[in-house]
Design a protein around this ligand. Structure first.
Ligand code: IVH
Length: 726
């Protein structure tokens, strides 16, 4: 590597003279080319990925500042010299969660009430909230260490995102260096594109396509344009797209920037970030709603997309006490704008069969644009809904779309109904396997379910393939290179018919039982399809990548494993509850089998898990009562190793212990006590059993106290409990 004697490389890009910049670009081009040769040509990298990224980043920044100096051999323009085929993954130091939604004024009032109830605050006490627009873009975590941007990562699945540092650095609103920032500071916010820039981009793409005599590939809306532009392997493309950034939250910080949400936002502003000018501090629900109305009024003239207003409890000590419930903070909520509506023709009603056999009617529509998105399908939920709205094929219907929710049919424009339009007859057989479809009786309430279900179970291919799709979905196994389309293709060819088959692919390939190198799918040609469903060459490398992606999941979190099984009523949240309460899959499995006898201790234990009711327990029991389900799980367990659930705080004396609260608590509300106990890794139960470790009893404790004494369970006063938790 031809490192020059000068120390130009230490001068910040902002301080380079044009002459220096030209010299730096020459040096960087040579160094990057050298590194590329070492990496690709000789397979012997001489510098680390981080050093390589830093070189490319600096090159790009200089080119951005001095566009005229860009060299003919610029590394940023080189195709195929990207550091990797895809983005490197990066685990967030603090998970990036999502927000719960409020759809009307009552939901907002309810939110305020919940916050007060949790914290035990009087109704007349003033609680401040910030209110700011919810930007419709994509969120980004910016990590600064000692004031230098060291990493930018997308949200990903909330735990692990994609490293897009180089791309983020091309965004003018994102500072490369911060003055007087804490040692570690993670700033979070939204990357978005303005309406004008979006229109200009699509126009440019149309123009470029016309010159190349190709069909233009345009973006449907500014959000897609922002996401597509940021997630470019060639950061030079990102640099050519005008992206913007608003800061509104944070992740890991070594030192707090303030005591309130508001103060932190002001701190961001001082550091050089843009915060949304419509952010306001409100002291009551009435003020929040007034600000919402104000923002809604300005919505059309803002010049960028927003889809609601986010309210956040202002005091950070309150935020800390409120904490999180599954994927949402208790201290914030997104008040969505009313859904956008459009009128179109319903061309057909199709029945889809889900993984649990549920038959869902889907309206096939004449495509129509609703709020910038083309809608061709809408859900009709179930037979009752079709009956109630009297939806018929050929009708003109009003549809609506709110944020990322599936579009819905609101009503029929009956005045436009054609003569002879017939009522829809909901099938009583599964359209895929032909088995009877029935409205099951709810085992707990004894009432028939509104949903009709296929009774085909294992023989129904629709259920089987949907279960597999669920198995590999993002919150379950999330296997790189194995998405819905690939699953459908593999299933069609009987290469994967149950989860364990995924993990024997490599072995079967090596043993010559299957040959994925020549594997073709009848319908689409190659199995490897890109996001748009276009075939991608099936070659050795992509098959190897798939095998690697699968192997990377041979060790998996117990909660993901349980969620992946697709047990009725057990989604992400309940799977997590089971994983943390039983510790691992083996214990959960064992308990589920034993719980079949409702008089058993195992059944009582399951029901005593805070948040698990009879319906969920029944779903688990039914699943594990089936021989074929147990056999499928056993085969899967022979291939993958679920990891023991992580106890939140292993150093706490209550980690892993089972606690029951009873009587009146004096220093905090029952909700807060439970949430705190859980955050220290304890399991909170609603009833006393031999497995209970502690009963925290306040004044007024009755039967639970007696039972605890009978069973010899340790009883603590609230004060003793507080001392223990610390
Ligand atoms: S606060 C713990 N504030 O909405 C949650 N989010 O549904 C912290 N978003 O992933 C997020 N504008 O991408 C927050 N002013 C705002 C926002 C905002 C847009 C997005 C963000 C997040 C999603 C949550």
């Amino acid at each position: 590597m031809n490192k020059q004697a000068s120390n130009l490389d230490t001068i910040p890009v902002g301080k380079l003279t044009p002459d220096d910049a030209a010299a730096e670009l020459a040096r960087l081009a040579a160094e990057i080319a050298g590194a590329d040769t070492a990496y690709y040509g000789k397979d012997a990298p001489e510098i680390t990925d981080a050093q390589y990224d830093a070189l490319r980043r600096r090159n790009l920044l200089i080119e951005k500042r001095f566009p005229k100096l860009k060299r003919a051999d610029s590394p940023s323009g080189k195709v195929g010299a990207a550091p990797s085929a895809k983005f490197e993954k990066s685990k967030h130091a603090v998970a990036m969660l999502s927000l719960d939604n409020a759809f009307d004024d009552a939901d907002v009032a309810e939110f305020d009430k919940r916050v007060r109830k949790f914290l035990g605050l009087a109704e007349d006490l003033e609680v401040a909230f910030t209110a700011e627009p919810k930007i419709d873009g994509l969120s980004l975590n910016l990590r600064y260490e000692k004031g230098i941007l060291v990493q930018a990562a997308t949200r990903g699945d909330g735990e692990v995102g994609e490293n897009v540092t180089i791309n983020a650095l091309t965004i003018a609103d994102i500072p490369e260096r911060l003055k007087a920032a804490p040692d570690i500071l993670e700033v979070r916010g939204e990357v978005y594109m303005s309406h004008d820039d979006f229109a200009a981009l699509n126009q440019r793409l149309t123009h470029e396509a016309a010159e190349a005599e190709k069909q233009p590939e345009l973006f449907a809306n500014p959000r897609n344009a922002a996401a597509g532009s940021l997630r470019q392997l060639d950061a030079a493309i990102t640099a050519s797209r005008p992206l913007k950034f608003f800061a509104y939250a944070w992740g890991e910080v070594s030192e707090a920037l303030g005591e309130t949400q508001w103060e932190v936002l002001q701190g961001f502003k001082k550091l050089g970030f843009r915060i949304n000018p419509l952010t306001k501090r409100c002291n009551s629900v009435a003020e929040m709603l007034a600000h919402y109305a104000d923002i809604e009024q300005q919505r059309a003239s803002l010049g960028y997309d927003i889809d609601g207003v986010v309210y956040k409890v202002d005091r950070l000590d309150y935020q800390a006490r409120l904490g999180f419930v599954s994927r949402h903070p208790r201290w914030a909520i997104a008040h969505k704008f009313p859904a956008e509506k459009a009128t179109t023709v319903l061309e057909d009603i199709e029945i889809q069969v889900g993984r649990t056999g549920k038959l869902t009617p889907v309206a096939r529509l004449k495509p129509v644009t609703v709020g910038g998105v083309v809608v061709a399908n809408a859900t009709l939920h179930n037979a009752d809904e079709i009956e109630r709205k009297d939806v018929r094929v050929g009708d003109t219907v009003v549809i609506q779309r709110a944020g990322d929710v599936i579009p819905q049919v609101v009503e029929v424009v009956t005045s436009k109904r054609k003569k002879g339009a017939r009522k829809f007859k909901f099938p009583d057989c599964c359209p895929v396997c032909g088995s009877h479809a029935i409205n099951e009786v709810n085992p707990v309430s004894g009432k028939p379910d509104v949903d009709r279900r296929c009774t085909g179970g294992l023989i129904c291919p629709a259920q089987a393939v949907e279960r597999l799709k669920h198995f590999v979905s993002r919150q379950a196994f999330d296997i790189e290179g194995l998405g819905e389309r690939q699953i459908a293709s593999f299933f069609e060819q009987k290469i994967i018919t149950e989860p364990a088959d995924i993990f024997t692919l490599r072995q079967r390939q090596e043993a010559g039982e299957i040959n994925l190198y020549t594997y073709k799918n009848k319908k689409d040609g190659d199995i490897y399809l890109d996001k748009e469903g276009k075939p991608v060459a099936t070659n050795r490398k992509s098959i190897e990548n798939l095998f690697d992606g699968i192997d990377a999941r041979r060790e998996i979190a117990s909660a993901r494993f349980i969620n992946a099984l697709g047990i009725r009523h057990v989604g992400e949240t309940n799977a997590r509850l089971f994983a943390s309460n039983y510790g691992d899959v083996a214990a959960f499995y064992d308990a589920a089998v034993k719980a079949r006898a409702t008089e058993s201790e195992a059944y009582q234990d399951m029901l005593s898990i805070d948040g698990i009711g009879a319906l969920v327990a029944q779903g688990v029991i039914d699943f594990f009562s089936e021989d074929h389900n147990r056999a499928a799980v056993d085969r899967l367990l022979a291939e993958v190793t679920p990891q023991r659930a992580q106890v939140a705080n292993t150093t706490s004396p209550i980690a892993g212990k089972t606690v029951v609260f009873t009587g009146t608590l004096e220093t905090m509300t029952r909700d807060e006590a439970k949430a705190r106990a859980q955050s220290f890794g304890a399991k909170v139960s609603g009833s006393i059993s031999a497995k209970t470790d502690y009963l925290v009893a306040g004044p007024g404790a009755g039967s639970k106290l007696k039972k605890a004494e009978d069973l010899g369970v340790k009883v603590l006063t609230e004060e003793e409990w507080a001392d223990m938790v610390g």
